[in-house]
Design a protein around this ligand. Structure first.
Ligand SMILES: [Zn+2]
Ligand SMILES: [Zn+2]
Length: 371
């Protein structure tokens, strides 16, 4: 019996590389996440060419996904993780030890009695210079994504700035590049131990390859274990927005990937895929393929992909932050968050300009005129 089990397992492992889908198919996406069956639709790629894309609409988070904790309530509690980019840079658990280290560097995230400053970015702004951000979910929100069904290489890789759209996990959770830095905003959008958190729009997303975080924790000596994504360095995590697969840090057969390019991917037979790594954020650093235009939209009132917000459609009463940010040569999400933090439409523009390191007159000229 034991012998039989062993041989069937071996057979499965031997077959695994051929079971990988080179192209995204609706059946691969977890039904726990889907609002409706994914459908193939016509789409336009960023080079202007017509293509077909899988259109996937998912819930604010998959059913029964355990998320959080993000921020600890006090110095005695343990929150999630944060990729600190100041002095003593590295990946940390968000706990008393870490917050005390930041305190010595001038970032005061807690009161004298040890209560951590936390605010819910979906419903309120911060009241202190340094607060931990903990967004609450909005169960009504849906996200619609477009991923090309036949990936095509771009002329040059597309780099990924702060909160750039990377892709979607097979479990149906969007994946983004680095969350905004504490050094830029003063606030910490803490991640849970699965490298996810809730957008100001009320939906959960990842900032790392959630299915291969144990590798990162071991490599960086960080105590943590992600439970909402099965840990498997040999498994496929998801698809990038160019349609190429995102794999764990190992090949399906357990071997170490070789000849990775600047984006963290390589050709495997006649198709391309990305690999995660042992370093956080363990995601592709650029995308080699063409993406669909307008490939991420939400029904949320704010946040990434909301109508009129960064990455969203046109219209609506909100400023087009993506266009304004590109005028100013800064990141759209950072601009939006800094404006929100400073009071939204009534923000002190001198302070916002100083925070962003741009000229106040340029900022005023780029923003819609106030009535
Ligand atoms: Zn985020
Ligand atoms: Zn590979």
């Amino acid at each position: 019996m034991t012998q039989f089990r062993f041989s069937s397992a071996a057979a499965l492992i031997a077959l695994a590389p051929f079971a990988v889908q080179a192209q995204i198919e609706g059946a691969q996406i977890s039904s726990d996440a889907l609002v409706s069956e994914p459908t193939v639709v016509e789409c336009t790629l960023t080079d202007g060419s017509a293509a077909s894309c899988l259109e996937i609409t998912v819930k604010y988070q998959p059913d029964d996904l355990e998320i959080g904790p993000f921020c600890p309530a006090t110095l005695e509690d343990e929150g999630g993780i944060w990729d600190w980019d100041g002095d003593e840079a590295g990946l940390y658990r968000v706990d008393g030890e870490f917050l005390k280290m930041l305190d010595e560097m001038g970032y005061h995230f807690y009161d004298e009695d040890g209560t951590v400053h936390v605010f819910d970015i979906r419903v309120e702004g911060p009241t202190e210079a340094n607060e931990c951000i903990s967004g609450s979910v909005d169960e009504a929100v849906e996200m619609t994504m477009l991923i090309p069904t036949t990936p095509q290489m771009a002329d040059a890789p597309v780099s990924l700035g702060t909160v750039a759209k990377i892709g979607m996990s097979l479990s149906g959770v969007p994946i983004f590049a680095d969350a905004p830095s504490v050094l830029d905003t003063g606030h910490m959008p803490a991640l849970d131990v699965c490298a996810g958190h809730v957008d100001p729009g009320g939906w959960y997303h990842y900032h790392g390859t959630a299915s291969d975080l144990d590798t990162v924790y071991e490599h960086n000596n960080v105590e943590g274990s992600c439970a909402n994504a099965v840990q498997d360095a040999k498994a496929q995590f998801g698809y990038a927005f160019d349609g190429f697969a995102i794999m764990g840090s190992l090949e399906h057969d357990g071997s170490v990937p070789r000849d990775l390019d600047e984006c963290g991917g390589h050709m495997d037979g006649d198709t391309y895929h990305y690999h995660s790594t042992g370093e956080f954020p363990n995601l592709p650093t650029c995308l080699v393929g063409l993406q669909a235009e307008d490939n991420f939209n939400t029904t949320a009132a704010a946040g990434i992909g909301a109508a009129g917000g960064p990455g969203g459609g046109q219209g609506g009463g909100r400023p087009d932050f993506e266009a304004i940010a590109s005028d100013l040569g800064i990141d759209a999400q950072l601009l939006m968050q800094t404006m929100q933090d400073a009071g939204g439409p009534n923000a002190d523009l001198a302070a916002v300009a100083a925070n962003l390191g741009v000229d106040e007159a340029d900022l005023r000229a780029a923003l819609p005129q106030r009535p």
